[in-house]
Ligand binder design. Structure first.
Ligand code: NAD
Ligand code: KPL
Length: 305
């Protein structure tokens, strides 16, 4: 089918998606934030992707936001805290039947975006793929994973899933994407803030098992309040499994802090604490952790939110 993919955000995941879609024969155009950024991209000659030790450069076509034509299928691949501003810039370009895939981690940004583009179909994504930027327009595909996609408003699956299949982007369509996002959020809340505060790899949390267990207890209560009982089941066991399986890795939040990058804390533990408050749930350990983390970030010159 003759459809054009637009990908906003030539960062880690945006580049990973754009390169794979492009090489599978899809019509893809990257949207860069300015003509200057476009000139830098053109000088680089395309997106470089390192995968299993092999390096390839893909000359994916690109445009800047001010020169972009109509957008009917968009992958929004920026950080959660940039999503609203990015979609506000693009909103005038969206066609009447536009579909927008929201690839942000955590929760909260998806609702903010959806409110700004009420006529578009917003598809939510939750991904366990791992990629990082080696240099400008150069990305390393670091961890195979899976992406779940779904639309809380409409259960029918979109026809462009066939493009993901062809591009070998591992994915599944789910009718309960909200529960997937909540579960991932709970997992991230149980692991990431503690790795920052103890300045350790994920495996370092095995020395703080009581703290992890009491957090999982509270996070399970939160999942019960917002999702189905099966979404809350076995959270502590899964958290221990992930800590063990990723023992040698630094969590994404730890990496952000170590590189002095803003974190997505407002969309992770910040969102969890606000959700608890909305339901009048007392989650003292989670709330104390959020305060400690906020103080730590501020002391390191990073935004608390
Ligand atoms: P990233 O910082 O590498 O890339 C984001 C890109 O968006 C940057 O290049 C930035 O310049 C661009 N951008 C921001 N605002 C823009 C605008 N208005 N116009 C044009 N470009 C704009 O981030 P990432 O690692 O790709 O993460 C994206 C989302 O995916 C995050 O929510 C992250 O938590 C989630 N995620 C990432 C990974 C991973 O391995 N990288 C895995 C799972 C989930
Ligand atoms: O997703 C993660 C992250 O680092 O953001 C894991 C590895 C699951 C830790 O929470």
């Amino acid at each position: 089918m003759n459809r054009r993919w637009h990908v906003l955000g030539a960062g880690s995941l945006g580049s990973l998606w754009a390169a794979r879609l492009y090489r599978s024969g899809c019509d893809v155009e990257l949207i860069l934030r300015s003509p200057q950024r476009l000139a830098q991209y053109q000088q680089a000659g395309g997106l470089t992707l390192t995968e299993n030790g092999q390096v390839h450069c893909y000359p994916v076509p690109a445009t800047s936001i001010d020169n972009c034509g109509p957008v009917s299928l968009l992958l929004l691949a920026c950080k959660a805290y940039d999503a609203s501003a990015a979609i506000s810039q693009l909103a005038p370009l969206l066609t009447a039947d536009a579909e927008v895939i929201l690839l942000q981690n955590g929760l909260g940004s998806q609702d903010q975006v959806a409110r700004l583009i009420p006529k578009a179909r917003c598809i939510l994504a939750s991904s366990t793929e791992g990629a990082f930027r080696q240099a400008d327009f150069s990305t390393v595909f670091a961890g195979q994973g899976h992406t779940w996609l779904g639309d809380p408003q409409q259960s029918s699956s979109p026809s462009w899933l066939e493009d993901l299949q062809r591009a070998q982007i591992n994915h599944d369509w789910t009718e309960d994407i909200a529960s997937r996002l909540w579960r991932k959020l709970a997992l991230n809340c149980a692991i990431n803030p503690l790795t920052v505060l103890y300045d350790c790899r994920n495996g370092g949390l095995l020395e703080h098992q009581a703290e992890v267990a009491s957090l999982c207890n509270e996070l399970s209560l939160l999942l019960h309040a917002y999702t189905t009982p099966s979404t809350a089941a076995g959270l502590h066991e899964e958290v221990l499994r992930v800590i063990t399986a990723t023992a040698a890795n630094y969590s994404s939040m730890h990496q952000d802090v170590a590189q002095k990058r803003r974190t997505e804390v407002a969309y992770l533990i910040g969102y969890a604490c606000a959700g608890a408050e909305r339901k009048q749930l007392q989650l003292p350990k989670l709330s104390a952790l959020n305060s400690r983390l906020g103080n730590y970030l501020a002391a390191h010159g990073l935004p608390r939110h």
